[in-house]
Write a protein that binds this ligand. Structure first.
Ligand code: GDP
Length: 321
């Protein structure tokens, strides 16, 4: 059997690093597209150095993408790269569109011209729903993005679908909801909480300031999400799916669960700080996962409680070492 080759963009991010691990374990030859940067951002993948081949290219540069696709001849391409920080998408909307929207056009053109039989995964995001008409959302829910990042992701989604229809390419979009892991930054509320709980347990701090405790999210584990991405590209026919847990929990439930893990009472440490409130909180974002469950047999392996527990454990170990 010949070794399958996969190209990942966004290799240095949370999902890219987990996906690379999964594909290496499955025996793939993995190429990671990395753009040149004056500061290193490779900390999530240092443990994979011997197992991946870094290729240099940029979603802003058409010819570099064509070179990479021609030279690597990947069987599968996963586009996980984007300018994904929503507040920055307001201050740098054109750059966000260049990477997150037009970058996908460039990649699709490179595939069409240089490796048209490659299977392509596009990372769509629940941000395309913005303020959705219905809850839970399905693959048929209308896109109503409410920030430049969501708008750019909606463009990328429809271009991927259009290239599938027009050129008969094997293209899939996975619309992911929030997914977390120990590789998430502490600016996101899940990791902020598990990290602070570990600090409090170890006596390193005694307070945790949060915003809206009633905000609800559909959270799943990044490892589960990347497995769904891979599974989508193993099907006979390409299609688009929501990747979510199908359940929501509030920030307050998350806090309770995390403090429970270390045997402490959250009310003794948590205070609400208006600085962390959001002006434009989305309406209930929660995915219906019937299609992916019935269609390709995917569902999350980790429950919400297990995810909280594994992240608190990770932060406890990391802070104690
Ligand atoms: P994202 O909005 O899904 O990208 O993820 P976040 O983790 O940043 O936020 C999730 C939810 O937690 C939002 O609805 C926030 O309003 C809410 N939230 C409550 N307190 C905080 C906080 O202290 N920090 C952050 N980041 N979010 C908070």
């Amino acid at each position: 059997m010949t070794t399958k080759k996969a190209l990942i963009t966004g290799l240095t991010g949370q999902d890219g690093s987990y996906l690379a691990e999964l594909l290496i374990a499955k025996g793939y030859q993995v190429f990671g597209l990395v753009r040149r940067s004056s500061t290193s951002n490779l900390e999530r993948i240092t443990h994979l150095y011997g197992d991946i081949q870094i290729v240099s290219g940029d979603l802003l540069d058409q010819s570099s993408l064509m070179d990479v696709v021609s030279e690597c001849q990947p069987d599968e391409i996963y586009n996980l790269a984007s300018q994904s920080y929503v507040p920055l998408s307001w201050t740098q909307p054109a750059l966000t569109a260049e990477y997150t929207a037009l970058g996908v056009s460039r990649l699709l053109e490179s595939i069409r011209r240089c490796k048209p039989d490659a299977r392509f995964y596009q990372a769509s995001s629940s941000e395309v729903f913005g303020q959705p008409d219905e809850s839970p959302q399905t693959e048929r829910t209308a896109f109503r993005p409410r920030n430049p990042y969501g708008v750019a992701k909606a463009y990328a989604h429809w271009m991927t679908v259009n290239y599938r229809q027009k050129y008969n390419l094997y293209n899939c979009c996975g619309i992911t909801y929030t997914h977390e892991s120990p590789r998430r930054g502490t600016e996101f509320v899940f990791r902020k909480i598990t990290h602070a709980v570990a600090q409090i347990k170890l006596g390193l701090t005694n307070e945790l300031k949060l915003g809206n405790l009633d905000a609800r999210r559909d959270w799943c584990y990044a490892k589960d999400a990347v497995y769904a991405m891979w599974l989508m590209l193993q099907q006979e026919q390409p299609d688009d799916y929501l990747i979510a847990s199908g359940e929501t929990y509030s920030v307050k439930e998350l806090v309770e669960c995390a403090f429970d893990c270390v045997g402490l009472n959250w009310q003794d440490y948590v205070s609400v700080d208006p600085a962390f409130y959001r002006a434009d909180e989305p309406v209930q974002l929660v995915g219906c996962i019937e299609k992916i469950k019935m269609g390709i047999g995917w569902q999350p392996q980790y429950s919400f409680n297990q995810l909280v527990e594994l992240m608190v454990d990770y932060d406890l170990k990391k802070l104690s070492s």
